[in-house]
Design a protein around this ligand. Structure first.
Ligand SMILES: [Zn+2]
Length: 236
């Protein structure tokens, strides 16, 4: 036996499916139904289901954001307006614009404030995020190179159209700055991958063994990139 009803959260429709025999509630995004779906035991009161959905609000917004970014990428629209949220290292961050004669960008308490003139809003935001990406990618690359006992020449963090990282034969590491929009462990996995190429310039068993040493759950993050990677190109 199954019952279906709809409820609304953050302006989105959530499909609530109630089934006999279920022990717990789950919330997921269904690609097939293009909607958020909650499954719940049939006897659980609606107020409990509602509380459950409410508790998952942060998760809900984040998943929704990645879906939205995937869509933006498909449509080719990448404009960020003040007040919108983006994901920085997997955290949901609201981007605000503060008119000011002085340029300043600061990030605290999940709010990123861009102070300056409106016409330069996107440019300043992008520059700040690129620097932040450089900081993180450089940190993990150094850490992993030390563990593997290898050295690289230099790191470049830039716009890349089709991939997220590369390692050249002379030992330069290149990363796509858009990794800053991915959860931090995904960014770290890319570093583990490229640094491992300093030892093995191929995708052999030996290579993957090094990746696994640096990043034990790497398969999980590979999968994440496959599903959400395109969406990272849908921001800015
Ligand atoms: Zn590779």
């Amino acid at each position: 036996m199954q019952e279906q009803s709809y409820t609304t959260l953050c302006g989105k429709t959530v499909l609530v499916q109630r089934k006999i025999g279920l022990k717990r509630m789950t919330l997921r995004f269904s690609k097939k139904q293009k909607a958020f779906v909650v499954t719940a035991p049939i006897l659980v009161p609606f107020s409990t289901v509602s509380r459950f959905i409410d508790g998952a609000k942060a998760w809900f917004t984040k998943v929704d954001l990645y879906q939205q970014q995937n869509l933006q990428q498909q449509n080719g629209s990448r404009i960020i307006e003040p007040g919108q949220s983006i994901s920085i290292l997997g955290n949901l961050v609201r981007v605000d614009f503060i008119p000011s004669p002085k340029l300043k960008v600061s990030l605290n308490n999940e709010v990123l404030e861009v102070h300056g003139v409106r016409s330069k809003f996107e440019q300043h935001l992008k520059k700040y995020l690129k620097n932040l990406a450089y900081e993180k990618l450089s940190h993990y690359s150094h850490e992993y190179a030390q563990i593997l006992g290898v050295a690289f020449k230099k790191i470049a963090v830039k716009e890349m159209k089709t991939r997220f990282g590369s390692c050249t034969s002379v030992g330069n590491l290149n990363y796509c700055w858009r990794l800053i929009f991915a959860p931090e462990p995904v960014l770290a996995y890319l570093c583990a991958h490229e640094v491992s190429h300093l030892k093995e310039m191929n995708h052999s068993k030996k290579f993957w063994a090094n990746v696994e040493l640096l990043c034990p759950n790497y398969k999980h993050f590979q999968k994440w990139l496959k599903q959400n990677g395109k969406g990272l190109f849908g921001v800015l």
